[in-house]
Structure formats: C-alpha cells, structure tokens
Design a protein around this ligand. Structure first.
Ligand SMILES: Nc1ncnc2c1ncn2[C@@H]1O[C@H](COP(=O)(O)OP(=O)(O)OP(=O)(O)O)[C@@H](O)[C@H]1O
Length: 259
C-alpha cells in the first residue's frame, strides 16, 4: 500500500509559466513527483499540461521571452533546476523527454542512442557500445535491432521508433522521464508495448506523463493530476482520483460531463 512517506523525487513549488507576450499558461502550481512512481497529467486541450511538463527539462528556454516563476526542486540535492546558473543541458540529461510523435535523428539506430553520450563527451568505444546495448534492452528494442544497429532509424516502424526514442532518452541514465502523449501516434499493440515499458521503467526512474486518454492514465499511473486553465485542480493517488475525486470539476471531467 502507498503511504504518504513515499519519497519525492522532484516538486514544482508555486510554478508559473508565461509564454513570450505574457500568456500565463501555468498558474502557481505546486505538485510532487513521487520517486519510482508514474504521475499522469490529465485535463482538456489547452489547459497547460504540455507547458507544465516542458518546464521540467527547461524546454521553454529554447525560445526567447518565455518566463518561469517559482521553483522546480530536484531531490535529494535540492537543486532548483530553473535557476539561471543551472545548465539546461545538464538538466536534460537528468530529466529526459519523449515526445508525442517519434522523432529519431536522421542517423543510424546506434548513433541515435549514442547521441547523449557523445554530447557528454564520452569517446570510449567500449563504454558507448555497452551503454547503447543497455539502453536498447531497457527500451525493449534490443532483440529487434541488434543485428541492424547501423540501419537508418527511419527504417523502423512507428512503435519501434518510439522505443528507440525511449532508448535515446535512457542512455544518459536520467532520474526522471517526461512523456508527452507518447502513444497518441501509435496503434493499440504499440501502445500496449509502451505502457508496459513505462511500468517497467518505473523501477529505475520517476515518470511524468501527459495523456489525453483517461483509460491510459488509469492503467499506467500511480498518481494523477487534473489541470484546468493552467491551474492544478486536484492531485492524488490514481485509484482515488478515478473513484472518489474530491473536486466536482475533476469528477465532471473524468465522467465525461466536461471536456
Ligand atoms: N508556443 C506558444 N506560445 C504561446 N502560447 C502557447 C504556446 N504553446 C502553447 N500555448 C498556449 O498555452 C496554453 C496551454 O497549452 P498546452 O499545449 O500546454 O496545453 P495542453 O493541455 O498540453 O493541450 P493539448 O492537450 O491540446 O496538447 C494554451 O492556451 C496554448 O494556446
């Protein structure tokens, strides 16, 4: 049984985010990500789920004029990853991201997975080989690609490409993985594979996943957060959120009366 003593891996503290021009897409959100747990973010289109998720790996830094307010604290080191003096590249090694559509680089399967290690400056061939193998195994793709590591990544199926992107994200040993609607471009079988993989990955890292699919949130997550108009309406254990939500807005959304 889960208890309130579950360790917190990271937490948003009074986090707000403003897009260039001032649009306030995330409003004063405080929320924990429990360690070795999957937290699902649900809510109607445009409520700020992706914006919130992208704060965790400083994706918004890539566009000038965007502004964060508040903190995202990583534990156990208590680093506020939004601090100006924290290197966003390092943050992205610790907190990696998998996107909605598989987005492999126009490189070989091997080089896709080795990418983060090369960025880190790893040149030892043996070390890179081992890491690539480990990451592909971690992403349940090794058996399918071990004899064709030099093939172009684009030759893989959509579901394989998404697992390759997970392997690429795993290669730098992240502590947290962010998934932004990771299965919305995939068929039901590839979706089931990714969901199973997420459940396994939870044993070694912490996951935050945005999903439109409430069945998916109920199936894969330990905690669920419901967002609306940039605000966090409710956060709690998934079983409770889906059976006994404490806010009327959450109930209306999950029962399909709204959104
Ligand atoms: N690059 C951007 N510049 C300005 N506003 C943006 C930008 N991206 C998103 N927004 C706005 O921020 C708000 C939140 O968008 P966001 O994509 O985070 O919502 P979402 O809940 O993930 O939606 P969806 O489920 O449709 O993906 C929306 O009002 C959106 O129009």
């Amino acid at each position: 049984m889960m208890t309130t003593t579950t360790p917190v891996k990271a937490e948003a503290r009074n986090l707000s985010f403003f897009y260039n021009g001032g649009h306030n897409a995330v409003k004063n959100v405080s929320m924990p990500l429990y360690e070795n747990k999957i937290t699902a973010l649900i809510g109607p289109s445009g409520c700020g789920k992706s914006t919130f998720l992208r704060c965790f790996n400083r994706m918004h830094d890539l566009y000038p004029g965007n502004k964060y307010d508040g903190q995202i604290i990583m534990h156990p080191d208590d680093t506020n990853i939004l601090e100006k003096n924290v290197d966003p590249i390092e943050v992205r090694m610790r907190i990696s991201m998998v996107f909605q559509k598989p987005n492999p680089f126009p490189k070989s399967i091997y080089e896709n997975v080795a990418y983060g290690l090369r960025v880190r400056g790893e040149t030892n061939r043996r070390v890179v080989d081992d890491k690539v193998e480990e990451a592909l195994k971690g992403a349940a793709l090794w058996n399918e690609v071990k004899d064709r590591l030099q093939d172009l990544a684009f030759n893989l199926s959509g579901g394989q490409q998404q697992r390759l992107c997970i392997a690429r994200a795993l290669a730098t040993d992240p502590e947290i993985m962010l998934f932004d609607e990771p299965t919305s471009a995939l068929d039901p079988i590839a979706t089931a594979n990714i969901e199973e993989l997420m459940s396994e990955l939870r044993n070694k890292l912490t996951i935050l996943v945005v999903t439109h699919n409430m069945q998916q949130a109920a199936r894969v997550s330990d905690y669920t957060a419901y967002m609306y108009l940039g605000e966090l309406i409710e956060h709690g254990e998934t079983d409770r959120i889906f059976t006994r939500p404490s806010r009327k807005e959450t109930e209306d959304y999950i029962t399909g009366k709204f959104g």
